[in-house]
Design a protein. Sequence first.
Length: 438
Amino acid sequence: MKRSATMLAALLLGVVLAQGVRTVGMGGVTLPGPWAADLNPAYRVYPAERYGTAGGLSLPLGLINLALRPSTSPLYYFTDRNVFKTNFDLLAFYDQLRHPFEFLINPPSSPSEIVFHVSADSITVTDGQGNPINFKNYRAAGGGAGGSHTPFFHFDIATGVPGLQLTTGAFVETGGLALEPDDRLLVDLADGNLQANTTYTIELTGKGAAGLTLGLGYAADLPSIPGFDGTIYFGVLLQGFYGLLYGDSSVTASTTTDANGVPGSVGYVTNFFYVYPGNGYGLGGKLDFGVAVDYAGGTYGLGLRNIYAFETWSGHRLVTDENSVVISDGPETLTSSRFAPKLYASAAYLQTLDEGEILLGADLNFAGGGLSAHAGLEYRYDIFRLRGGLGYEEGLRLGLGAGALFGPVSLDLALSTHNAPFTGQTVFGLATSLGLHF
């Protein structure tokens, strides 16, 4: 499959802003606190000082790559077309764009094409440079965009009513990035032989959405319960959104074998639904609920997002055939109303030691059949912090970090790894933040 097919789907995908550097250094774990209120509304009124601050202002180190590195910078299109044409790689650009606060040391490389290799005793599929394609990794890059529309930043608006709060913000989501061969192709590749006079397909998909949010939430701690030496918090959030951008694309590559089982030329069919200002919009809402318990020195929380979710997108759909001839091109509306809960469970424990203290944290996220989990620790001694953790997000991720407090000033550093979309390549990133605390 030519690189342009990868570009078509990836261009639909937006930016997902990175979590705080402290979180990155702990393997991706999100600790209890107001910064986790989008995952569990009960944390909106949870004491921020219980486990320390979320960190300072993350410095956008990824902008260095996006501005200067030929493989990840689109700016060369305007300054040096030869450098852009020779070096720019959309998968590297996309992965760096997803991690704007991390400097990716080794951005991934796109497959330039899909090549079927036929020998006397085997069939292999490579990426154009002779590297075998592991379809398990390409499938692992999948997932859905949409549903929760969790804002990557928001502003709280006081209502004057204790526990009641308005929030407004913006969201950018990505997902659905996957490469899926048909079942017949998977079976025949495993057997090492393609069937004669058979059509095989591989589908590349990608989704993305962006817009504005407005939420009305209520959170509070419950009155003391006799015989229970702990505190219970609960929260509920009703959030609506107005969609500005939406894209849902698929590119299907197909080839038909001859009487000897040898594949012929590859054709591409595209199907693209899109929304942008002036050409459609999105509307919808969702209901979230959460509870958290402080007990026996630890904190345990459970958040349910999308208990009920409704959304509609009014946009345009463009479909082309193998010869790039437009089959259909016209307005279309997509509507969904569903019970689609996304679960976030978290736990944290702070233990005082003879020298310093240690913080342990873990979380579990489950949504749409996808599972992610993180566990990390932070050791505190005087003004210094040492961090580490492991996570699973469609592949193993590692976090290592350190921090220091100099009066009201904090400095945090982190080294992280993650699996690149499509290829599953291990990518290393550096992140740092600077904060002021009063």
